[in-house]
Design a protein around this ligand. Structure first.
Ligand code: ADP
Length: 476
């Protein structure tokens, strides 16, 4: 990869830098090294935070129209370099090229949305209830933001934090996942091309996620930490951030249920199931983890879903027509294998798939008659496995769907409008797909309840995450 946006250097204070040591980034589809990036330290992280703090002094005073224009220019450049960004993404994450192209657009939709919404960070005037005062509020950027992002959406998880932060007048220190630093660094190249002032956007690449994460979460200059990743790491970061009472946004693990009621359009439900399950080989936090199918249509749904799953083409995401790529690494593969073995040991049966193909590739799988005590019912699998459970009544379906510490996305299919309203209200999750397997877009609030997270990304709420409300009380 030797094109315009590919770089093997990290980015601090407007400079592309190398480190004392570096680490290799591997293509999970082929095992080949794609290049290496600096293995930066806690000291480097401090430097990046200092740079971001200095840059904030000026950036917060740049008129919002100008800040939004810079973000709009980033949007234009991402559009111009879509193919290159998608190639980098597929090579480092393994996701099929067609999906990477969709992700580049999705990632960029946050640049577009927030370049517009940034101008609408309205304060308000408040009627004073006593004589002699006038009350108002203004909204101002929180300050230096630390962002820590995962590998499953190497660009979109970054843009939905960075775009609102920049337009709000904040500066950013980003630590991308060590598996997928090149998509992040490509964004730094773009930031450089559009003339973002130095220090406004900084990227720390490091294998020391614990050390760097702790510095980001405890350094007094950092005012806010926004994290997307596992619940366990999110809890650690919240504990660390508590010391200095930082604002936090947490987008953590999910365990999405997908309920198919007997009055559902089964063709549409199968289509939604494939979309909601197999994107990124099932490695998304909104991926369906548990299929609950009403007993009267269980057989029909499982047969049709199995037929659709059998047609999925697995392989290197750079090859044409591939729909399902590899798992990200051996650890990810082991979890999938364990969940399948556990379900089978407890009585589930395989309708299709169930085995490793080779290396990090796992067969798209349908497991039927999965018992409710299987590990897969409680934990996020993050792999291409459909586990089908059956239920009898609506109450039972809701109880089972809610029986988890998580509450990110949920999906259900029904053609009864009253049931749709009832079930949508009773499902415990931040997002509900009703007769659809896809919910994410920049103009809607993305986020979870329970142990799936805090705060929302996208929509007007996603801007508020980077703003403080300041109350002004004028005496006469
Ligand atoms: P995943 O299992 O999806 O990799 P993680 O929560 O482990 O999820 O990783 C998400 C991001 O958090 C990555 O950028 C990773 O490097 C980072 N990370 C992992 N452990 C820690 C930690 N202890 N403190 C801060 N960041 C961490």
């Amino acid at each position: 990869m030797t094109k315009t946006l590919f770089t093997e250097q990290a980015y601090i204070d407007g400079r592309f830098i190398t480190g004392k040591t570096s680490f290799a980034v591997v293509n999970p589809a082929t095992g080949e090294s794609l290049g290496s990036v600096p293995d930066l330290t806690v000291e480097d992280t401090k430097k990046a935070i200092d740079a971001a703090e200095k840059a904030w002094m000026n950036w917060r005073n740049v008129p919002v129209g100008e800040r939004c224009l810079v973000v709009r220019k980033i949007f234009d450049l991402i559009n111009q370099h879509k193919d290159e960004l998608a190639e980098i993404m597929t090579k480092e994450s393994g996701k099929p090229l067609a999906e990477s192209l969709v992700e580049v657009d999705y990632a960029n939709s946050f640049m577009e949305w927030f370049s517009e919404e940034g101008k609408r960070a309205y304060g308000e005037t408040i009627p004073a209830i006593k004589r002699g005062t006038r009350l108002a509020t203004i909204k101002q950027g929180v300050g230096v933001v630390a962002a820590i992002t995962p590998w499953n959406f190497p660009l979109a998880m970054i843009t939905r934090k960075v775009a609102p932060a920049l337009v709000a007048g904040c500066t950013v220190v980003l630590k991308p996942a060590s598996q997928t630093p090149f998509s992040a660094l490509a964004l730094a190249k773009i930031a450089e091309l559009v003339g973002l002032p130095r220090g406004v956007f900084n990227i720390i690449t490091s294998k020391d996620s614990k050390g760097v994460g702790k510095e980001l979460a405890t350094n007094t200059a950092v005012r806010k930490i926004s994290f997307t990743g596992s619940t366990a790491v999110g809890v650690t970061l919240m504990q660390q951030a508590a010391e200095t009472v930082k604002r936090v946004s947490m987008e953590l693990g999910g365990n999405a249920p997908f309920i198919v009621f007997e009055d559902a359009d089964i063709d549409k439900a199968v289509e939604g199931a494939i979309a909601g399950k197999f994107r990124n080989a099932g490695q998304t936090c909104v991926a369906v983890n548990r299929f609950y199918v009403q007993d009267s249509i269980y057989q029909e749904f499982s047969e049709r879903l199995t037929a659709a799953v059998k047609k999925l083409k697995v392989g290197d995401g750079m090859k044409k027509g591939v729909q399902v790529g590899p798992l990200i690494n051996q650890k990810g593969l082991e979890k999938v294998k364990e969940h399948v073995a556990d379900a089978l040991a407890k009585g589930a049966e395989i309708a299709t798939g169930g085995k490793v193909i080779k290396d990090l590739f796992f067969e798209p799988t349908v497991l039927v008659n999965v018992p409710h005590d299987a590990a897969i019912a409680q934990e996020e699998t993050f792999g291409p496995i459909c586990s089908l459970f059956s239920f009898k009544t609506e109450e039972e379906a809701i109880r089972l769907a809610n029986d988890t510490p998580f509450g990110l996305a949920a999906y259900f299919y029904s053609s009864n409008i009253f049931r749709c309203q009832r079930v949508a209200e009773q499902i415990e999750s931040g997002m509900v797909g009703i007769n659809t397997g896809m919910v994410s877009n920049a103009s809607a609030p993305f986020g979870g309840i329970k142990q799936s997270g805090l705060g929302r990304e996208g929509a007007k709420y996603g801007l508020d995450e980077y703003l403080e409300v300041k109350y002004l009380c004028y005496g006469e």
